[in-house]
Design a protein around this ligand. Structure first.
Ligand code: ADP
Ligand code: MG
Length: 698
């Protein structure tokens, strides 16, 4: 007798060799087999009487074997012909080079065959694509069940060594023997709410549906279960982090913030106001804030972060900003110093290249509380950095940091509030999954008065025109970025030659733009040289900055209105979008020019999408669809689990309801100890055993 947890080796016809094959597909137990979901279905349910077959089309016939025989046509070609009679006519089913099948088709055997029907002379012939011999399962009742044809037939993702017929038979066997023992973990009210079928029905219909619709509702139910467990995992993880952690209860004084806002040359957007309110609410509550702000590049996240810092400083706390690169840290330092020093706020910068002498002094300032805001890179998590009273941590561009670094910095205070900023906007539900341990604020609108960015995709022949255009813009006082993926020229034979920034720089300086001031920036330069170049570009002493992607994040130079991206086909969509975010920051019209020769359809799609839209959310969505979530996020540090069944993008609507129900469940039963949640808990524990990567969330 089989049960769901038995190894598949106890299924009839499965020996040790097959066990190993199935293990590679992730199938060990009968339950794994039941949850092995078809990749597609084929409708072979449409039986036709032989007298009324549609010639030239796919048909399914059922009848009895009249005669059979093998003809040898050539040395390597034999043909098995089986005459089938269904009472309305006769058809010849043919198989090529499979003479050994003949012994199955004894005269009188009842047979179903699907395939293409053709007329040869006056003889009907069907080239068998699939067939099935009808045996009565139970001789007395004469019930006949089809699994390979004569119905909607499942097709599974398989390796060569396992046939579709075999796995169908095994799954049928497992369903026949074990379905009764599978319990439904959902309460009736959840199922009613979303009109969901029960587990037994779902498992039956996912494999052997009567109709297309049956298979769809089965899929919905099974994916819902998977997503529900995932969302529970995220919520429980989060509960265990934040529950015992009361944080700092900031007072809402608001004077400093008000003062600051008055000095700004612009009004906050509605989105900025809303997000600052959300932050304010978090910070003045007893609980520790763990909030993510996601928003388009240039949407004004920095101002929002400053507002949060001011709340903390007004309460006599210190704030820290951690940026992923030194350039970005410096950029923040310049911005904040400019905006805040007149308010009497002491800001310091601590990065790898900070000279030893200042380092000692700054470290001391942090320790005794003289520094109000410290800005740095991962330097800030070093052990010797101690704060007097750390109240708020701002982490910029979090996709560069591991969760661990976030936690290390967090430990430097007594549960300080945490604000994470990311310019990788993703659809909300996906964000809930990826950043499950954070509350999310989204800024979708850009501040008004921005010039738009027009994006063009050009080929080599248009490049001279582009250069002339750059010269004209520079004559009008603007500046340009020219970006290439590599530092040095690549000489890989036969690969498209990629121009390195060093060569471009030389070429521009000596040949193409001898009268302009050209700057060079890449990651292997010394920090002080990098900083010098950035400073000169900022002051418009450099007209064209030739750079690798080090300028990708955070650089804010409104006067730069042109970006030419060389070898654009080499960049991912999100990266192109990030790069483009460096221009269009001032009032002037900006231009992004993609130069590249994409070879693959995906690369072409990326270029086209870029010329079509500036909406970061749409771009993120497209990027996800082109690349899939795993690659999109680069590493597994997000704890995005491998979903076995559901698709995080296509099934986002199911994810949404799963999220809602998971919240409901945790709200009333945070430890899943209620009797009615017993099965959910059991499945949860079982499924998370394998999801090592999810454990890294938070
Ligand atoms: P992000 O950090 O989201 O990329 P920033 O905060 O750096 O964006 O803002 C980009 C630019 O827009 C900065 O020069 C900033 O001063 C300006 N800015 C921010 N908010 C507004 C606003 N409400 N109106 C006009 N300009 C704004
Ligand atoms: Mg920014």
């Amino acid at each position: 007798m089989l049960n769901p947890d038995t190894s598949i080796q106890y299924i009839k016809g499965v020996g040790p060799k097959r066990v190993a094959l199935f293990e590679r597909l992730g199938i060990q137990t009968v339950k794994d087999l039941l949850y092995y979901i078809p990749r597609r279905y084929e409708d072979r349910s449409d039986f036709s009487p032989i007298a009324r077959l549609r010639i030239g089309e796919q048909n399914t016939v059922v009848g009895k074997v009249l005669t059979s025989g093998v003809q040898k046509l050539k040395r390597n070609l034999s043909i098995l012909k089986v005459a089938i009679d269904d009472g309305t006519g006769i058809i010849y089913a043919v198989w090529f080079n499979q003479p050994f099948l003949e012994e199955q088709f004894k005269i009188g055997t009842k047979l179903v065959v699907s395939g293409k029907v053709q007329l040869y002379g006056r003889k009907l012939q069907i080239s068998s694509q699939s067939y099935e011999i009808l045996r009565s399962k139970d001789k007395e009742s004469e019930t006949e069940e089809l699994i390979h044809t004569g119905r909607i037939v499942p097709f599974y993702p398989l390796t060569q060594d396992i046939s579709q017929r075999r796995i169908r038979r095994m799954i049928k066997n497992a369903l026949d023997n074990c379905l009764d023992q599978i319990n439904d973990m959902l309460s009736q009210d959840i199922k009613d709410r979303y009109n969901m079928v029960d587990t037994k029905q779902a498992l039956l219909n996912i494999h052997f549906p009567e109709t297309q619709k049956d298979s769809e509702s089965a899929y919905r139910r099974i994916v819902f279960d998977e997503f529900l467990l995932l969302q529970l995992g995220i919520l429980l993880k989060r509960a265990s982090i934040s529950e015992p952690q009361l944080g700092i209860k900031h007072q809402n004084k608001g004077r400093l913030l008000e003062q600051f806002l008055k000095t700004l040359p612009f009004k906050l957007t509605d989105a900025q106001h809303r997000v600052i309110d959300e932050i304010n609410r978090d910070m003045t509550s007893e609980e520790q804030m763990n909030r993510l702000i996601q928003g388009e590049v240039g949407s004004g996240k920095t101002i929002v972060a400053i507002a949060a810092l001011l709340i903390s400083i007004e309460n006599d706390y210190q704030g820290a900003i951690m940026a992923p690169t030194e350039i970005l840290a410096e950029q923040h330092y310049i911005t904040l110093a400019e905006m805040l020093s007149h308010l009497g706020i002491k800001i310091d910068l601590l990065i790898g290249s900070t000279p030893q002498k200042s380092r000692v002094e700054i470290t001391e300032n942090i320790r005794n509380g003289i520094t109000d805001i410290i800005i740095g890179t991962h330097t800030l998590v070093q052990e010797n950095i101690k704060f007097k009273r750390l109240g708020l941590i701002v982490i910029d561009e979090q996709h560069r940091f591991g969760v661990m670094q976030r936690n290390m910095l967090r430990k430097k205070g007594l549960n300080p509030d945490v604000l994470v900023m990311t310019a990788t906007p993703i659809p909300r539900t996906l964000a809930l999954t990826v950043y499950g341990d954070l509350d999310i604020s989204t800024i979708r609108e850009l501040p008004p008065g921005r010039g738009t960015v027009s994006t063009y995709w050009v080929s080599k022949s248009q490049l001279q025109g582009v250069y002339e255009f750059i010269e004209e813009e520079i004559k009008r006082g603007r500046q340009a970025y020219v970006v290439s993926p590599l530092i040095e020229e690549s000489h890989i034979i036969e690969a498209p030659i990629v121009i390195g920034v060093t060569q471009l720089f030389e070429h521009f300086k000596k040949e193409r733009f001898p009268n302009l001031r050209i700057g060079l920036l890449h990651g292997q330069m010394k920090n002080e040289d990098k900083e010098k170049v950035m400073q000169e570009f900022r002051e418009n002493k450099i007209n064209i900055l030739v750079s690798t992607t080090v300028i990708e994040v955070g650089i804010d130079i409104p006067n730069a209105t042109i970006m030419l991206i060389e070898n654009a086909e080499r960049f991912g969509l999100s990266q192109l979008h990030q790069l483009r975010g460096r221009i269009g920051r001032g009032r002037n019209q900006s231009y992004c020019i993609l130069h590249g020769m994409p070879k693959t359809p995906e690369a072409q799609k990326r270029m086209t999408v870029m010329t079509q839209t500036q909406d970061g959310f749409r771009i993120a969505q497209e990027d996800l669809e082109i690349r899939g979530p795993g690659e999109f996020f680069g590493t597994k540090q997000h704890g995005l689990p491998e979903l076995k069944i559901g698709n995080i993008i296509l099934d986002i609507d199911i994810m949404e309801i799963a999220r809602k129900e998971a919240v409901n469940i945790i709200k009333t039963d945070p430890e899943l100890s209620a009797k009615k949640n017993y099965l959910i808990k059991r499945n949860f524990l079982q499924s998370f055993k394998h999801r090592i990567d999810l454990v890294k969330v938070g």
